[in-house]
Design a protein around this ligand. Structure first.
Ligand code: ZN
Length: 441
């Protein structure tokens, strides 16, 4: 402050004291940086589905109460009629973009996360094996460390990652030890091992992935590749995978998830009893109504809802996380249930129990959703439509307590109430979209 540095003498000292007092005093009055007022909170971990106020301070959830005094907050946002959920956790995406490699998920098939996540209420994603131990550092440096989205990763058991069939079918590049070592070097960031797209009849990719997962004490996610009678799905889920390992693409129908009579493969129910996890992984090729609708009717629900976001799915049947969640609403799941399977369940699956909930002290990753009623349609990967009467859209997203997306500018003042020469309207304590520039010293 220039007053403190530039003014000498008794008078200046008094002024400085007064300014310091004033700043401290005002800040002390605002006990919270942000108050989300009157929304319907859905928090599966804390078993809340009710109207609640949510207060945030220093990037963390500070209080969740029936009523919190708005005078205690620097910024108050009225959310009546909207749903307030933990930031959505999407554990199957491909975001290793920017390497310039064509036809590769460690390249052009991936998307940068921030353009797809916050606008769909997603605050955490897990990249599903786009990189392996040979290129993880590059992925981290160029995408993970530069994204506003919280990006975690399943490390591909293939050292070169998901660079196409030439790499992904090379059994000699699926070493458990270097994969586990890389995972241990980045504990909490590498949250699992992925095996995917394998075309051969061997069990090697699965076995080595499980070996790496065991060494690093993290789960394995399996995209079971080409269907082979030598390695049937039933054996994978009832024998090869460990409790806590994740079978993704559960409604693809490509690997006998549905038996010939049109019922869910009984091995999947047996595996679920053992603790094997089942994940949606919609993608561009892994979600068919003819598989999903009868499976849901039989009670085979997803443990976690995820997108498998990439360039081949982003504009087709998938679109985004909220579109997939809406599909499950339309198939008859309750909103609370759909939210639990998109927040608290996936957070636990990847061993990040600080996420996916709104407990006091948790990172304030929050999504504010609107449940629209009307006439809607939802396509599967084959372009078949299911009609529905509801759709979720995202109004507001917070990452670490700061607004990162605000569809209808509900956190903003009307322009004609501002001074003629107004500039930035936010405050760095709650705004990460366009906070005022840092003050010059
Ligand atoms: Zn995928």
């Amino acid at each position: 402050m220039e007053t403190l540095n530039g003014t000498i003498g008794r008078c200046g000292a008094v002024r400085a004291t007064l300014i310091v007092f004033a700043v401290t005093c005002c800040y002390a009055q605002a006990q919270y940086d942000l108050l989300l007022q009157g929304g319907h909170v859905i928090d599966a971990k804390n078993k809340i589905s009710a109207t609640r106020d949510v207060a945030i301070r220093d990037g963390k959830i500070a209080a969740v109460e029936a009523r919190i005094d708005p005078a205690q907050a620097l910024k108050v946002v009225n959310l009546r009629g909207l749903y307030v959920t933990p930031g959505l956790v999407d554990i199957h995406v491909h975001v290793y973009a920017g390497t310039g490699e064509r036809g590769s998920y460690a390249g052009d098939n991936s998307v940068y996360p921030d353009g797809f996540t916050f606008r769909a209420g997603v605050t955490t994603v897990a990249d599903a094996g786009s990189s392996g131990w040979r290129n993880f550092d590059d992925f981290k440096q160029h995408v993970i460390d530069r994204s506003k989205t919280r990006v975690l990763a399943f490390l591909n058991i293939v050292g070169h990652g998901m660079r196409g069939p030439k790499y992904e079918n090379d059994l000699s590049d699926m070493e458990a030890k270097p994969a586990a070592e890389m995972a241990l070097r980045h504990k909490g960031l590498i949250i699992g091992i992925k095996t995917a797209h394998y075309a051969g009849p061997e069990w090697t990719p699965v076995e080595h992935a499980v070996e790496a997962g065991t060494l690093a004490d993290i789960p394995v996610m399996v995209d079971f590749g080409t269907n082979h009678k030598e390695r049937p799905l039933s054996e994978l889920v009832t024998k090869k995978l460990r409790p806590g390992d994740i079978y993704t693409h559960e409604y693809s129908g490509l690997r006998n998830e549905q038996d010939k009579s049109g019922h869910v493969n009984p091995a999947l129910f047996e595996a679920r009893k053992r603790g094997v996890i089942f994940d949606v992984g919609h993608g561009g090729g892994s979600f068919a109504w003819r598989i999903a609708v009868p499976a849901i009717k039989e009670g085979f629900l997803p443990d976690s809802i995820s997108t498998d976001l990439h360039i081949g799915s982003m504009n087709s049947g998938l679109k985004d996380m909220l579109n997939v969640m809406s599909k499950f609403l339309v198939m008859g799941l309750a909103l609370d249930d759909v939210v639990a399977r998109s927040t608290w369940n996936p957070a636990r699956e990847i061993h990040h129990e600080e996420l996916g909930n709104l407990s006091v002290g948790a990172p304030a990753d929050v999504s504010v959703l609107r449940l629209e009623r009307g006439e809607f349609g939802f396509a599967d990967i084959y372009g078949a439509r299911l009609r529905g009467d509801r759709r979720l859209t995202c109004e507001l997203t917070l990452r670490d307590g700061k607004v990162v997306y605000d569809l209808n500018a509900i956190t903003r003042p009307d322009w004609d109430t501002l001074p003629r020469d107004y500039r930035q309207t936010g405050d760095a304590r709650w705004d990460a979209i366009n906070p005022p520039p840092a003050r010059r010293p």
